[in-house]
Design a protein around this ligand. Structure first.
Ligand SMILES: Cc1cc2nc3c(=O)[nH]c(=O)nc-3n(C[C@H](O)[C@H](O)[C@H](O)COP(=O)(O)OP(=O)(O)OC[C@H]3O[C@@H](n4cnc5c(N)ncnc54)[C@H](O)[C@@H]3O)c2cc1C
Length: 548
């Protein structure tokens, strides 16, 4: 049996931050993961590296006026905390906002992290100043995307390992936390066979032995539940979002299995807000999958025409890039499993970004010439590849052919060309003036008042049926599982609480497994870029607390 001061379970971003912060406090740390070394970094490696900052130099350069007060209004308007168990999530939300408006950027910058200068405007919300959504752009894409966010922590962890201060234990799957005299004192589990499956792939669960590790404190940083669709369906908030979908694409690798939640519960850790989750409605089936049922999320600009499986346009605020769960609710309220975008080449070229480090080689590889091509006449390479090879795309020169192609793709033949033409022509008529009663057209024009959107993310307003903007494109959009907003209940020191709201001695949690802090610092809705940030913050808190 091996003994350490601290055992961190999970080598994702939260675990890496917690482990390195604990090492810096002179503690002897073990970092355990069920996957192999090639998977170090977990989900964050695949992420776009979008980070939520408040009143950053990048925002100011883009003439965005942001403030802690405005961010607080947006956060609490989105979170809509309404439960007694939201006491700690509220505290975490406030602490995280202060971090995002304060030390977060300088702490990362001092470790060599930098950001793309054009700030993105994600999740614009439901239409009310004090309701859900970002009043201003706050999504700062890291130069180097997810791997760029991970780099300093991987570097620090590997350095600590070389110095004998940190021990990596890969292919160690934790099955149980051990308790001695009421305190959590380590973990037991099985050793999994070595597996050369590339990063993100589904590795084997062949057992070759077992293990026990003893530690003065245990930090659970095992991620969410998005890779376990049965668990997602079981936790699904039917009263808020309608019945769970039968089919979803997976926005996360298989290792995001949620097993550690019940393992931690078994030693007294409480789970709160398990019904709060963040799944996207703009999922594509990846033509070149890394993990099983791999889905890629489109980060859409505001211009695509969005309709249900029968061709009925969604009402505002169910518009591209506005209200993730509002749109999910609109889809599921009708019992549908998917929806459609109809757009033009002019829109796809400027407005489709694909989430994922591998879908953005220019930003991930810090390749300026490739990045500049985004300003050119054609869609970025990865988007073009989906148009050419993705099974969810139909590209045609006129609406009749497009609708025929979309019907053929779904095999359901529910779309009628007359019904769609009437709605699209009505929308197109609203393009004649620089003002409009159509909420989406108004939103498009509003977006272009922001320099960043005008430059990179919002196509010049045009008629969808204008042949000059063509060809027309239909995109089938699947529901894509991603983030877990609830989780292990923690106080502001990252200590896991029991049912009586008392810390379970020796037990800490960080990252997605703890609802990014507190058991759900986002409440019901997220502002985006807040997940990696939540892992950074809660990992830092837990890693600094264990030494006290
Ligand atoms: C494609 C993609 C794009 C994203 N883009 C963004 C973005 O732009 N901005 C943003 O803020 N967020 C983004 N996210 C979300 C963000 O990346 C994740 O929420 C975050 O990385 C989760 O980190 P974590 O450390 O909590 O968990 P994980 O990264 O899931 O790591 C947990 C680790 O624990 C291990 N583990 C689990 N159970 C056990 C066990 N029983 N025994 C041993 N090991 C175990 C797992 O193998 C895994 O390595 C994105 C996610 C994806 C997938």
């Amino acid at each position: 049996m091996r003994e350490f001061d601290v055992l961190v379970i999970g080598g994702g971003l939260a675990g890496l931050v917690a482990a390195t912060e604990a090492v810096d406090r002179g503690l002897k740390v073990a970092l355990i993961d069920q996957e192999g070394e090639q998977n170090l970094g977990g989900q964050a490696f695949w992420s776009l590296g979008g980070l939520f900052f408040v009143d950053s130099p990048e925002q100011r350069r883009m003439r965005i006026r942001d403030s802690l007060e405005l961010a607080r209004q947006d956060w609490f308007g989105s979170a809509a905390f309404d439960r007694t168990e939201d006491f700690w999530p509220r505290q975490w939300a406030e602490a995280y906002l202060q971090f995002a408006a304060g030390e977060k950027r300088s702490w990362l910058k001092s470790q060599g992290v930098s950001w793309f200068p054009v700030v993105g405007w994600a999740e614009r919300g439901g239409g009310h100043a004090d309701g859900h959504g970002n009043s201003v752009p706050r999504f700062h894409v890291t130069w180097g995307t997810g791997p760029g966010v991970l780099a300093p922590f991987v570097r620090r962890a590997k350095g600590a390992s070389d110095e004998g201060k940190l021990t990596f234990l890969f292919r160690h799957q934790v099955d149980r936390l051990t308790v001695t005299n009421g305190a959590v004192t380590g973990a037991t589990g099985v050793l999994l066979a070595g597996d050369a499956t590339p990063r993100g792939g589904s590795s084997s669960r062949n057992v070759v032995g077992d293990f026990e590790v003893k530690a003065g404190a245990v930090i659970v940083a095992s991620g969410g539940i998005g890779g376990n669709h049965d668990l997602v369906r079981k936790s699904w908030p039917v009263e808020r979002l309608g019945p769970p979908p039968k089919h979803m694409v997976a926005g996360v690798p298989v290792h995001v299995d949620g097993r550690m939640l019940s393992i931690t519960q078994a030693v007294g850790g409480e789970i709160i807000n398990g019904d709060r989750m963040w799944h996207y409605t703009e999922g594509l089936k990846n033509w070149d999958p890394i993990w099983p049922n791999h889905g890629i999320r489109i980060l859409p600009g505001p211009s695509s025409f969005w309709c249900d499986v029968d061709g009925n346009r969604f009402p505002a605020p169910a518009m591209p890039g506005f209200d993730t769960l509002g749109t999910l609710k609109a889809i599921r309220a009708r019992g549908h499993e998917y929806s459609w975008f109809i757009l033009t080449k002019a829109i796809i070229k400027k407005e489709f970004a694909l989430s994922g480090s591998e879908q953005n080689p220019d930003l991930t590889d810090k390749n300026l010439p490739l990045l500049l091509k985004r300003l050119g006449k054609n869609p970025p390479g990865p988007v073009q590849a989906f148009m050419d090879k993705g099974e969810d795309f139909v590209v045609r020169d006129n609406l009749e052919d497009l609708v025929a192609g979309m019907n053929e793709l779904s095999g359901e033949y529910r779309l009628g060309v007359h019904h769609l033409r009437a709605q699209i022509e009505a929308r197109d008529r609203e393009m004649e003036n620089s003002f409009s009663k159509d909420a989406q057209v108004t939103a498009i024009r509003g977006a272009r008042n922001y320099l960043g959107d005008k430059l990179m993310r919002t196509a010049k307003p045009h008629r969808l049926l204008d042949p000059a903007a063509g060809p027309l494109i239909g995109v089938r959009l699947h529901i894509l599982t991603r983030k877990t907003l609830g989780g292990l209940h923690t106080d502001l020191e990252g200590r896991v609480l029991n049912r009586e709201n008392k810390p379970v001695p020796g037990l800490y949690a960080a990252g997605e497994v703890s609802g990014f802090g507190g058991g759900g610092m986002h409440g019901y809705n997220a502002l985006e870029g807040t997940f990696l940030g939540g892992c950074l913050f809660s990992g830092r808190v837990a890693g600094r607390s264990v030494g006290r």
